[in-house]
Design a protein. Structure first.
Length: 224
C-alpha cells in the first residue's frame, strides 16, 4: 500500500483559506487532502473576529440547510408510508373499513403470524365472539374451513366444555380437530376458566390481507 506524501507548503494555504471564511471540509476538498490533516494544521489557528462571524453565519445556514433536508426526507418517508396505507385500505369497502381494522388489530395482538391460514388463540369468550363476528361480517367465508382446537384441564368436563365453545363460536363439533387435556390438581382450579381455544380458518388470501392491514397501519403510525 502506497501513501501520498502531503506537501507541508499547503499548510499556509489552508490557513489563508480559513481566514477567508471557509470550512475544514471545503479546504480539504480544494487542496485534495484529508479533513483530518486540515484540522491538525488549523489547531491553534484563531481567525480574527470578522472571519469568526462569517464562519458562524455560514455554519448557521449550513445547519438550517441540513435540517431542511432532514425534514424533507421525513416528509418523503411519511408520504410513502401514507401511500402504502392508502393503497392497502383503498381495497376495502368504506363501510367495512372500521370493522376490518378492528379485526386486524385483534389478530395482530392474539393471532398467529403465518400466512397459510388465519389462526386465533384465546381463552376470553368475549374476545373470541368479537373476532369471529368481525371476521364473518367482513370476509366471505366458507364455514366448513373452520377448525377448532381445545386446550382443557383435567378438572374440566370435556363434553360440557366442547358444547360451551360450540355455542360461543358456532363452529360444529365435527370441526373440533383436537382436544388437549392438561393434568392439573384440584387446588389449581380456576373458577370460570373455560380452557383455551385455537381457531384456524384455512384461507391464504384472507390471512395475508389481515396481515397487510395491520402492517400498513404500523408503518403509518410509526411514521416510517
Amino acid at each position: 500500500m502506497s501513501f501520498r506524501k502531503i506537501d507541508p507548503a499547503l499548510k499556509p494555504v489552508a490557513e489563508k483559506e480559513r481566514n477567508s471564511g471557509k470550512f475544514v471540509d471545503e479546504i480539504a476538498s480544494e487542496l485534495q487532502i484529508s479533513q483530518a490533516t486540515v484540522s491538525i494544521w488549523l489547531r491553534g489557528h484563531v481567525p480574527d473576529k470578522s472571519v469568526a462571524k462569517i464562519l458562524a453565519k455560514r455554519l448557521a445556514r449550513k445547519r438550517e440547510s441540513y435540517n431542511r433536508a432532514k425534514r424533507r426526507e421525513l416528509q418523503i418517508r411519511t408520504a410513502k408510508s401514507t401511500k402504502l396505507l392508502a393503497t392497502t385500505l383503498s381495497k376495502l369497502n368504506f363501510s367495512a373499513l372500521h370493522d376490518k381494522l378492528l379485526c386486524s388489530f385483534l389478530y395482530w395482538a392474539e393471532g398467529g403470524k403465518t400466512e397459510s391460514s388465519v389462526n386465533f388463540t384465546n381463552s376470553d369468550p368475549k374476545m373470541i365472539r368479537v373476532f369471529l363476528k368481525l371476521l364473518r361480517k367482513n370476509w366471505r367465508l366458507e364455514e366448513t374451513k373452520f377448525r377448532l382446537t381445545l386446550h382443557a384441564h383435567k378438572y374440566h368436563d370435556v363434553t360440557k366444555l366442547s358444547n360451551y365453545w360450540l355455542k360461543q363460536t358456532k363452529i360444529p363439533l365435527n370441526q373440533f380437530t383436537k382436544i388437549y387435556v392438561k393434568p392439573n390438581g384440584a387446588r389449581n382450579i380456576r373458577n370460570g376458566y373455560k380452557g383455551t381455544i385455537r381457531i384456524r380458518y384455512y384461507d391464504v388470501k384472507i390471512a395475508r390481507e389481515i396481515k397487510e392491514i395491520y402492517n400498513a397501519y404500523s408503518v403509518f403510525a410509526m411514521g416510517m
